[in-house]
Design a protein around this ligand. Structure first.
Ligand SMILES: [Mg+2]
Length: 385
């Protein structure tokens, strides 16, 4: 097969205002954005990726502009046999700008979305579904699953009406649930009581979104034993020292989870070694794309830590996360937002519908998904330049 080359890069930017804001312990989301990137090779084969842009509200526009100004001019010099080579070339060519501008996050997120698009293009050229191609990259000697399914869970369940939201998710086919905490002990205990009552003995986890100090978490987590939580996510900030994570471990009657706010490979490695985590949750649209997260999956497996992708954006990134989870061969769960977001549901066109807590992946080449742009027209934003 000829070398992998890119001819065009086209960003697609969308915004949906929210009637019901999504709240977290650190802020409120009043609109949903999606930034998609489509690359095309000289033969006209396409690949799609998604760039994380949940916060702040203006962040999507900035990342779109970086794709146009910084990444598009690189296309003529990118060339290689596999996507990881192209990603290494992109990293090398943006390295000094990254340091000089200190725009680590936005540049890394653009590179991550572009990496996903390049892997999608690569798999389409091979005529194989991405989960197979990624599985080979992880475990080249064993066959990939024939018709992959992954376990899923309903995420983004706010304190307000948590029990009802959870019941709606169960009616939609989910069998595992995660609620938001970090809003004060009284509200959190009420949320967990309501959620546990609605979930019965089903899988239930909680997410504090970095909302506590070590002292607060040490005082609060022991009170949660009765809720039998599958994990507590981000009880501490992602920049809390390893010694704090270790100190919390003894107080936590549940596994600890983190990863969505870790943003370079040595930091993932250090967290896996020193934080006492039970669950590692990289977000492939936020850092690393497939190339970076494949290494996090390998390291998580080596440390006996369960890989569960973090994801709370549009449909392309969700589908990409499902492929990497299927390829991992591990029994982690796919994070699926319960909040209405046409940028997720329209893009998926009925794919990844949960049934009894499982979702099946398409087995057509690449992501198995080409977004229906006509259906997205109402939310399309003009490109900044
Ligand atoms: Mg989270």
């Amino acid at each position: 097969m000829s070398a992998l080359k890119l001819q065009t890069l086209t960003p697609h930017l969308y915004r949906v205002p929210l009637d019901q804001p999504v709240v977290t312990s650190f802020g409120t989301m009043r609109a949903r954005w999606a930034l998609w990137v489509c690359v095309r090779d000289p033969d006209g084969v396409e690949g799609w990726g998604e760039v994380w842009c949940n916060f702040p509200d203006s962040g999507a526009l900035h990342r779109c502009r970086l794709l146009q100004e910084v990444f598009t001019p690189l296309l003529p010099v990118l060339r290689g046999d596999d996507p990881a080579q192209l990603s290494a070339q992109i990293a090398a060519r943006t390295r000094i700008l990254r340091l000089q501008s200190a725009e680590y996050g936005p540049l890394d997120q653009c590179a991550a979305g572009l990496d996903v698009a390049i892997w999608d293009l690569h798999a389409r050229r091979l005529g194989q579904p991405l989960y197979e191609v990624l599985h080979r990259a992880l475990q080249p000697t064993t066959p990939s699953p024939a018709s992959p399914r992954v376990r899923a869970y309903a995420s983004g369940i706010n304190p307000q009406g948590a029990g009802q939201t959870l019941e709606r998710a169960a009616q939609a086919g989910q069998r595992a649930f995660k609620v938001k905490v970090g809003f004060g002990d009284d509200i959190d205990l009420r949320t967990l009581q309501e959620a546990r009552a609605a979930a019965g003995d089903r899988w239930l986890a909680a997410d504090a979104n970095q909302g506590w100090t070590l002292e607060q978490a040490q005082a609060f987590l022991p009170q949660l034993e009765e809720f039998n939580l599958a994990w507590m996510e981000e009880p501490l900030a992602a920049d809390a020292p390893a010694i704090d994570w270790q100190a919390l471990r003894a107080f936590a009657p549940m596994p600890l989870a983190a990863g969505e706010n870790i943003n370079h490979l040595p930091a993932f490695h250090a967290a896996l070694q020193h934080w006492g985590l039970g669950v590692m949750q990289p977000d492939l649209a936020k850092w690393g794309g497939f190339t970076g997260c494949l290494e996090v999956v390998r390291q998580s497996r080596a440390h006996g830590v369960m890989y569960c992708p973090h994801y709370l954006g549009g449909g392309i990134g969700l589908m990409a996360s499902a492929h990497l989870l299927a390829a991992s061969g591990q029994d982690g769960l796919l994070e699926m937002d319960v909040n209405p977001n046409p940028l997720r549901t329209e893009a998926l066109s009925g794919a990844l519908m949960p049934q009894e807590g499982w979702v099946g992946l398409p087995d057509s080449p690449g992501l198995g998904l080409t977004p229906n742009l006509a259906a997205m027209k109402a939310w399309a934003q003009p490109l900044p330049i």
